[in-house]
Design a binder for this molecule. Structure first.
Ligand code: NAD
Length: 362
């Protein structure tokens, strides 16, 4: 005799049902609405330790409830510091069991870029919403697989583009949208810092390193957000002043972008130069930002005397709260996976251009 689905379900314990219907969809459906979503950070390196965990002490819509780490000593430190229960601590091997943990609603992937795809896909399959750090992944194919995994598991995917949540960045995005000074003619966008490490993932191709796998996306975002357009072609040149460190990846990348409206952008990014500025020249005016992608203090001015200098307590807290609200209300994210993919399309074209020495269509 065939069992009715309802009878069948009621004959299972919640835990075994959750295992059967892999992912937390069943748990999510039965759980009461939370005031704060639970976040688990994956990868407890610099950004998680110094920026995200402190920001999670300021958030109103989410809280740090779990960690995923390959280093047992870090687990002990974090457990004590942030009062994380043992049952919410995972390693890279048992991570998939997170599917059965109702405390955790969102997995935030803060690993080297080459590892983003694997952990985003595993998190999506576990039925968790996903935040993923920039750059989204080393290739367009990776990004597409990540977007598809999140779609098919009906979870949201947000990319950690904290600047897009910053009112100072939104101020110049609005100038392009409203054509306050007419059309954009020329953008100059620079983002770099001096990285003296020699064996970090940023110097390792296989882990997604090279300056385009890090600061490069800020220079690119400056140009894309300033024009509000997607580039149609690029010509790029890679260089290094420290070949003993930057053996397999570029230390510096310079690239020029053409946009459909005729606007052009000259972008520079480097692990050997401290720089962080954006200049946008329009038909009838200009905007200058410096810094353009700092954690705080992004500010600028406009040719009509307008000052851009909005206070912001924590970009990361604002980013995570806004992304959580989008999850809670099922509304659009500010920077979804598709936005991460747009950058990586350009990054792939940049590398093609470096290889060929020619301009590459995007
Ligand atoms: P990090 O090297 O300090 O931390 C990386 C973490 O990954 C470490 O905990 C390390 O143990 C772990 N890991 C696991 N497997 C690894 C492996 N095979 N090789 C190397 N590390 C491994 O790096 P980070 O600066 O914290 O960067 C992590 C991510 O966050 C990157 O995607 C980076 O671009 C991004 N990030 C974003 C911002 C931002 O402002 N949005 C700032 C810094 C970093």
């Amino acid at each position: 005799m065939l069992l009715e689905r309802r009878d069948f379900l009621s004959s299972l314990t919640l835990a075994s049902a959750a295992t059967l219907f892999t992912g937390s969809s069943l748990l999510a459906a039965t759980a009461p609405k939370k005031e704060k979503l639970g976040i688990a950070l994956v990868g407890l390196g610099y950004y998680s330790t110094d920026l995200l965990a402190p920001a999670l002490q300021l958030t109103e819509k989410c809280q740090l409830v779990g960690i995923v780490t390959g280093t047992p000593s870090k687990a002990e430190t974090w457990k004590a510091k942030y009062n994380i229960p043992e049952k919410n601590i995972y390693n890279y091997q048992n991570f998939d069991q997170i599917a059965n943990n109702p405390d955790i609603d969102i997995v935030y992937v803060v690993l080297p870029p080459s590892m983003h795809r694997e952990f985003v896909v595993r998190a999506a399959k576990a039925g968790k919403h996903v935040f993923c750090e920039k750059p989204m992944a080393p290739s367009v194919a990776d990004c597409e697989a990540m977007i598809s995994a999140c779609k098919s598991n009906k979870v949201k995917l947000a990319i950690g583009y904290r600047c897009q949540h910053d009112p100072n960045i939104q101020a110049y995005m609005k100038v392009a949208k409203e054509q306050k000074f007419g059309k954009v003619k020329m953008v100059n966008s620079a983002a770099g810092y001096v990285d003296n490490r020699t064996t970090h993932w940023k110097q390792n191709k296989a882990l997604g390193g090279g300056v385009m796998g890090d600061m490069g996306v800020y220079a690119l975002q400056g140009a894309r957000l300033a024009t509000g357009e997607e580039p149609i072609s690029v010509i790029a040149q890679a260089s290094t002043t420290r070949p003993e460190i930057y053996k397999e990846v570029e230390e510096t990348m310079m690239f020029m972008l053409d946009f459909p409206s005729g606007a052009r952008a000259a972008c520079q990014t480097s692990f050997g130069i401290n720089m962080n500025h954006l200049q946008i020249n329009y038909e009838k005016g200009w905007v200058k930002m410096e810094p353009q992608s700092g954690y705080s203090g992004n500010k600028g001015s406009m040719s009509d005397g307008t000052i851009i200098n909005f206070p912001i307590k924590s970009q990361q807290a604002k980013q995570m709260d806004e992304d959580c609200l989008a999850i809670m209300n099922n509304t659009d994210l500010i920077a979804p996976g598709e936005e991460g993919l747009r950058d990586i399309r350009v990054v792939e074209a940049i590398y093609k251009s470096v290889k060929s020495g020619q301009s590459v269509k995007i």
